[in-house]
Design a protein around this ligand. Structure first.
Ligand SMILES: Nc1ncnc2c1ncn2[C@@H]1O[C@H](COP(=O)(O)OP(=O)(O)O)[C@@H](O)[C@H]1O
Ligand SMILES: [Mg+2]
Length: 247
């Protein structure tokens, strides 16, 4: 079982769009997938029409295997299950930081799902905290959408620095360009600079800025279900192949 996180220390860059479309691409390719919605806002569950867990979770959520597995829901797609966002994720960070061995807690919890899934995808909230450290340690790959703009470039550098300072393996980072606009000179220049600075971190995949991706909210479904041959669908398929090569 491989664990793949969709992560960025920046909000609104396409983490959830990536999680949802990668999960769907994987299930279509015959893999058994569990998508964990770790963001209390519950956006990836929303796209898959899975309601947030009503039960208020508590500190035991990730230490109690039964609680964890009981919360998993099916989706409309074969081979694709969802762990909906849980209110307890709001305080998850505080809980993790208080716990002994907190840095590997998530990894232990996810082991409960081993055998049932080929891939566990984590849709993460945006920050560098106890939860992110758990995510980085638990994951085999950390997929990072980067909008090719100056601010995103800066936050990407911060992420790479964090990995170096914490002695986390930087090879786990799989970055790609998200919401890229071919007509923007700044996008092209920033992308080129980032690729040059981090040739091993960036895969050769660019998800374009696409109204089809925006329409996921209207359809409440992955982009491939209503825009089969769109550039965005092709890009997410390519992204999955690129991630698989790294695993
Ligand atoms: N490739 C894209 N093209 C256009 N809009 C996008 C694209 N990816 C994401 N969006 C939109 O940008 C917003 C933020 O995306 P989201 O995936 O929720 O980001 P995050 O999870 O990083 O906060 C959403 O409204 C989404 O529809
Ligand atoms: Mg999100």
């Amino acid at each position: 079982m491989k664990i793949v996180a969709c992560y960025s220390n920046k909000g609104g860059v396409g983490k959830t769009a990536t999680s949802v479309n990668l999960a769907h691409a994987l299930a279509r390719a015959g893999r058994r997938v569990l998508l964990c919605d770790l963001d209390p806002q519950g956006a990836s569950g929303f796209y898959f029409r899975v309601k947030p867990s009503k039960k208020l979770g508590d500190d035991r959520f990730f230490t109690d295997v039964k609680r964890f597995t009981d919360a998993i829901r099916g989706s409309d797609f074969d081979g694709l299950d969802i762990l909906p966002a849980n209110m307890s994720f709001r305080d998850f960070d505080i809980f993790l930081s208080r716990m002994k061995n907190s840095r590997s807690r998530l990894k232990k919890a996810l082991k409960a799902a081993q055998g049932d899934y080929d891939v566990v995808l984590l849709d993460c909230p945006p920050n560098i905290s106890a939860l992110s450290e758990n995510v980085f340690r638990a994951s085999d790959a950390v997929v990072v959408p980067v909008i090719p703009t100056t601010l995103s470039e800066r936050t990407f550098e911060q992420l790479v620095d964090f990995f170096r300072d914490e002695k986390l393996p930087r090879k786990k980072i799989v970055a790609f360009f998200s919401m890229a606009q071919a007509t923007k000179k700044l996008h092209a220049e920033t992308a080129e600079r980032l690729r040059k600075a981090h040739p091993k971190r960036f895969v050769d995949v660019t998800v374009p800025f696409s109204t089809e991706v925006e329409k996921m909210g209207v359809h409440r479904a992955p982009v491939a279900t209503f825009a089969k041959s769109s550039p965005a669908t092709e890009a997410y398929d390519a992204l999955w192949r690129a991630v698989a090569e790294r695993l």
